[in-house]
Design a protein around this ligand. Structure first.
Ligand code: BMA
Length: 930
């Protein structure tokens, strides 16, 4: 058994109490077989073939070294999972027997007692099979066999133009390692992505059960709770004075007797009953029972982190027979909140406040606009069954620690377990959630559509009760791709658009609207929003696409620019209502690399490191990501020029790169510099988007790409695989503080603007200071101080100055900007930000730098590290050894001469505390030394 299988045992499961007989198929001794490869080893449920081969030492850790390339044979092979003869089943004429699989990845032929019972073709669906008659005719204890067909082979088969079942002539895809992912319903990044490997695993990846039911017994498959204000409609801000309605429903196996009803008890977390009683309007149809209750009291509302408490309630939902006897019961933890993605037209009142015409594109929580600060989440591992609750909790805590209030659960990984949403509910992290479609035009034959409808319905219902659920988006970037194609060739996109609308504006929109009234739907992640919304129309949403009016601002933005000359040119950034994706890649740490590749490969651009770069794009100029990416280059040199070349170009342009004689030092210098560039570029954009909250664009969100990693590779992440924070995560933590001061510099004219931005809901008052120093740390001038006042979710310009007129040499000058402010209720906020006018790649700047002679000490008593500096030290970087997971309370910071104390927040320590003695410190100065 894998150490961490337990984490996902609860995935998609519903807490239910009934009296039926349930056999957990995870308790059986399975065999994994491939006769043609002569492999037969013990297997597990839930698991993947790769994990069972690893457990049995047939292969090494797949994500180590060149595993991504060397283990493709596993993805191309067909695997069979065999159970032993299952004992303990009751054979009686009044018993119904079902197989319940909460997830099968992906193409399996299933047999029970040697009889074929069905096939599966969707990783994300829950599958049930009635095996009552097979069991009654089975002459021995029955065994199960699941024969898996290779997903890459199946995808190619379905995408083959000579195969009439699924292929579609207008379909297209952004291709990574395996092709034709759009024809199958499997995690799309299993076929490779620009930050990840391609293992395309197979297996029974979720819990599976045999369920036996007597007359009047039922088994709960799924359940849904929808909490909304009376009269609320999806995507529209509700009337906050209306009472709440709790609508609940349960999907079940078995048959309910006539007269069945529902009742609920909702308690607050101190155990006091908030509401108790029967549900009204109970309807039973097609294996689902639904009812609702009007709440005649005022609950404590749930708020996201930074804006209030995360008030939660425990709900028990019972199905009862005519005598009020409980037939089944479900526990859910719920919260009362409304969350809406408001895309309404800019009102006259908004115009009078200086907001540019067009449409809104922002979130409102309980009727309040909110600035969303966050990042994008990708799968934590190529093999979900081994992802632990600790791994997930660490990411959520790290996001909250970095002042984030929203994650975008990106569209081509997997729907996440309830556990993840439960944690987000507790911590106040909004989860913009996506259906699993990305960067491709998908087929729309009826069988495909009914398959995705089942998939979406299951997860929309499963996750709806979580107050952290902020949105369902239909896909990642497909609308943006269509817009780019339309601009290039309007004629040929007409049919592509029809196909797109069938899936995302008809089938999936209706699946959300039919199941929930509380959640907004956006067909695509990056979009100009809708022109009109009419809930009674057959297609309620009419998308705007590129029907834009000059001077108007509409939707959200997706921005990648690999031309390093433009990185800090603020006028090159998109101006939008919300920035949902932007970023740059960097190298992970030496420590993470050393756990992932052989020691002989631990050097700058070694062949294993080059092979980990899956960002093949050669283009360095500005582009908004298109659904049709450039073709994958054919040889490795060309491939590495993409992502790896961009890293070198960017770092050479802005930083000292003294060639180190030592191989390790050379490599760590490259890692550190790429991390600084990534952090600075992302921070510069975050500052600009946040400032936009007080400008005509009224920007109300900044989610950088990407929070986490799936393996060790040069990627956009701010947290490495295993949990180590990159410099960006510390940088994001700083620039996402509620009140920030930041420089906006025009290199051409030398004009520096300084602004203060606040995303608080109350005004703040305080002062801002600007002081200049030379690189030794000596003050250059008196500096300046001014009073600052910023309104709710707003920004204000503090200074505009001409740096060319300053009375000192700019190549020996750094400004420290700071703000100290107080909120109406007395709460204090502060922030500092360095500003240097000339990049460190300049020889003149390098000649003026001083050795800060950094010293690091550790106090065991106070569990505190102290850094001492004798000059200005830029991006002071503390690194801990492998064996401990956690983060420093501050890192990647700047210092004037003096001392700074830093603590470490530990999640896991395998070194028995010894790691504290191996912490190192360095700064930009070290890059100038050979
Ligand atoms: C966008 C994302 C991902 C991708 C990232 C970096 O396209 O939605 O598809 O990994 O940019 O290229």
């Amino acid at each position: 058994m894998f150490v961490s299988v337990a984490a996902f045992l609860g995935l998609f499961a519903v807490a239910a109490v009934t009296s039926e007989t349930i056999i957990d198929l995870g308790d059986e001794r399975w065999i994994l077989q491939n006769p043609s490869l002569d492999i037969s080893v013990p297997g597990s449920v839930p698991s993947h073939a790769h994990l069972d081969l690893l457990e049995n030492k047939i292969i090494d850790e797949p994500t180590y070294g060149l595993g991504d390339l060397e283990l493709r044979w596993i993805a191309y092979a067909n695997w069979t999972y065999l159970s032993p003869a299952i004992s303990g089943l009751i054979t009686s004429s009044d018993i119904s027997t079902y197989l319940v699989f909460n997830g099968i990845d992906t193409f399996a032929n299933i047999s029970f007692c040697d009889q074929s019972i069905g096939t599966t073709n969707n990783q994300f669906r829950q599958w049930t099979f009635d095996v009552t008659s097979i069991l009654s005719n089975c002459t021995k204890p029955p065994a199960l066999a699941l024969s898996f067909i290779s997903a890459p082979v199946m995808a190619n088969y379905l995408g083959n133009l000579s195969n009439p079942t699924l292929n579609c002539s207008t379909c297209f895809e952004a291709q990574y390692e395996f092709t034709d992912r759009l024809f199958i319903r499997k995690e799309q990044s299993d076929f490779g992505w620009d930050w990840g490997p391609a293992f395309a695993p197979a297996g029974i990846w979720q819990p599976a059960y045999i369920v036996q039911l007597k007359h009047k017994e039922i088994y709960v498959l799924n359940s849904m709770v929808d909490i909304y204000r009376r009269g609320q409609l999806n995507n529209l801000p509700p009337d906050q004075t209306e009472p709440w309605i709790v609508n609940a429903s349960v999907d079940y196996l078995g048959a309910l007797p006539d007269g069945t009803g529902m009742r609920t008890t909702i308690m607050d977390t101190s155990g006091q009953i908030f509401l108790s009683g029967p549900l009204s309007d109970v309807i039973t149809a097609n294996g689902t029972i639904t009812g609702d209750v009007l709440v005649d009291k005022t609950p404590d509302l749930w708020w996201p982190s930074g804006h209030g408490d995360q008030n939660l309630y425990n709900m028990t939902l019972e199905i009862v027979d005519g005598q009020n006897k409980s037939l089944a019961s479900v526990q859910k933890r719920i919260g009362f909140r409304t969350i809406v993605l408001n895309q309404g037209v800019i009102t006259d009142e908004q115009s009078s406040q200086g907001i540019a015409p067009g449409a809104n594109w922002h979130f409102e929580i309980n009727g309040h606009e909110i600035f969303c600060k966050g990042s994008n989440l990708v799968p934590l591992d190529p093999f979900w069954p081994r992802v632990t609750e600790d791994d997930m909790e660490f990411l959520i805590k790290s996001a909250i620690a970095a002042n984030q209030n929203m994650l975008r659960v990106w569209a081509s990984g997997s729907y996440l377990p309830d556990f993840f949403y439960d944690m987000a509910d507790e911590y106040g992290l909004l989860l913009w959630s996506e259906l699993e479609f990305s960067d491709a035009l998908y087929p729309t034959v009826p069988s495909f559509l009914s398959n995705v409808r089942e998939e979406a319905q299951y997860h929309i219902r499963r996750l709806n009760h979580h107050p952290s659920l902020a949105l369902w988006a239909g896909n990642n970037e497909i609308e943006l791709g269509l817009d780019i194609l339309t601009e290039e060739d309007p004629e040929s996109t007409v049919s592509a658009k029809q196909q797109y609308e069938k899936l995302f504006l008809d089938v999936l929109l209706h699946t959300v609207y039919d199941n929930s009234r509380s959640i907004s739907y956006s067909p695509s992640s990056t979009t100009n929003g809708y022109i009109s919304l009419n809930h009674s129309a057959p297609l309620p949403m009419v998308e705007r696409y590129i029907n834009l009016s000059a001077g108007s601002i509409y939707g959200d933005s997706d921005y990648y620019n690999y031309d390093p000359t433009q990185a800090f040119n603020i006028s090159s950034y998109p101006v939008a209502r919300f920035a949902n994706e932007f970023g740059f890649h960097s190298q992970p740490s030496y420590q993470t690399w050393s756990s992932s590749i052989p020691a002989s490969e631990l050097h700058f651009n070694s062949s294993t490191i080059l092979s980990r770069n899956h960002h093949y794009t050669l283009n360095t100029s500005t582009f908004l990501t298109s659904a049709v990416d450039p073709p994958v280059p054919e040889n490795q040199t060309e491939m590495s020029l993409g992502g790896m070349g961009q890293l070198s170009q960017a770092t050479l342009m802005y930083f000292p790169v003294a060639r180190k004689l030592d191989r390790r030092a050379n490599f760590t210098a490259q890692i550190y510099t790429t991390q600084i560039f990534q952090s600075e570029f992302d921070r510069s954009q975050i500052a600009a988007y946040r400032r936009g909250s007080g400008q005509a664009q009224r920007t109300l969100g900044a989610l950088y790409w990407q929070l986490n990693d799936i393996w060790a590779a040069p990627t956009w992440s701010s947290i490495e695989v295993g949990g180590r924070w990159k410099l960006l995560h510390y940088g994001a933590r700083d620039i996402f503080k509620p009140v920030v001061i930041a420089p906006y510099f025009d290199v051409e004219s030398g004009t520096l603007e300084v602004w203060v931005t606040s995303d608080l809901w109350q005004p703040i008052n305080g002062s801002a200071t600007l002081r200049w120093y030379d690189w030794s740390g000596k003050a250059l001038a008196n500096g300046t101080e001014t009073h600052v006042q910023v309104g709710p979710i707003n920004s204000t310009s503090v200074w505009t100055l001409n740096t060319t007129a300053l009375p000192f040499a700019l190549d020996n000058a750094v400004a420290i900007l700071s703000v100290d402010a107080t909120r109406q209720d007395g709460k204090k906020y502060n922030h500092t930000h360095p500003f240097y006018p000339i990049p460190f790649s300049s020889d003149r700047v390098q000649q003026n730098l001083h050795d800060p002679k950094l010293r690091l000490s550790y106090s065991v008593k106070q569990q505190t590290f102290t850094v001492e500096s004798q000059a200005v030290a830029a991006w002071v970087w503390l690194e801990h050894p492998v064996g401990v997971r956690g983060y420093f309370t501050d890192n990647g910071f700047w210092m004037l001469p003096g001392k700074r104390d830093v603590q470490f927040v530990t999640q896991r320590d395998d070194t028995k505390g010894e790691w504290v003695h191996e912490v190192t410190v360095s700064s930009l100065w070290d890059l100038t030394q050979p």
